[in-house]
Design a protein around this ligand. Structure first.
Ligand code: MG
Ligand code: FE
Length: 171
């Protein structure tokens, strides 16, 4: 297959976008964890995915190093700010816990798509060093996405019963 300079540039751009996406993810998770009080299952899941997200960023940094490139600090900063605004916006929802849960589930879909495209590019370019790192990131997103949808009925039940008994239910 023909590997042009343009193909490499597209891969680097995709990696920079993924790095910024993970900065956004980290900022969303930090904001949600800073507000959560009443849902221990959600707190534990987000703590685990925060650690995974930090590892994912480290893996992307490793890929950049191998390519002699670096992530975009500007994109990271912008997406990180967007992440906290996005999470804070849900504070007005009344059912913040559910709004966050659904938004997190949607975000995992985006991450899964991003890593699927990057893996395809890395395969097409024969950049095999990046593959296990991108595949591990993808696997973590897929697992967290599954955990989110599996836990949603339990969290919804807890939200309903806490609301019905007059306990704090929004976060
Ligand atoms: Mg991620
Ligand atoms: Fe994720």
């Amino acid at each position: 297959m023909h590997h042009s300079e343009e193909t490499r540039d597209l891969f680097i751009t995709g990696l920079r976008n993924a790095h910024a996406m993970e900065s956004q993810a980290l900022s969303v998770i930090e904001t949600q964890l800073g507000r959560l009080e009443s849902y221990p299952e959600m707190i534990a899941m987000l703590q685990q995915h925060r650690r995974e997200t930090e590892s994912q960023i480290a893996r992307l940094d490793q890929i950049f190093q191998g390519l002699g490139e670096s992530p975009s600090g500007l994109k990271d900063t912008v997406m990180s700010a967007m992440g906290s605004m996005q999470a804070m916006g849900h504070a007005l929802a009344g059912d913040e816990i559910l709004k966050n849960h659904m938004a997190d589930y949607m975000f995992e879909h985006f991450e899964i798509a991003a890593y699927t495209a990057l893996i395809t590019m890395a395969q097409s370019m024969g950049h095999t060093a990046a593959l296990p790192l991108l595949q591990q990131n993808l696997a973590e997103e897929q697992r967290f996405q599954q955990m989110l949808i599996d836990s949603l009925p339990r969290v919804t039940e807890a939200f309903l019963s806490r609301t019905a008994s007059g306990q704090k239910a929004d976060v």
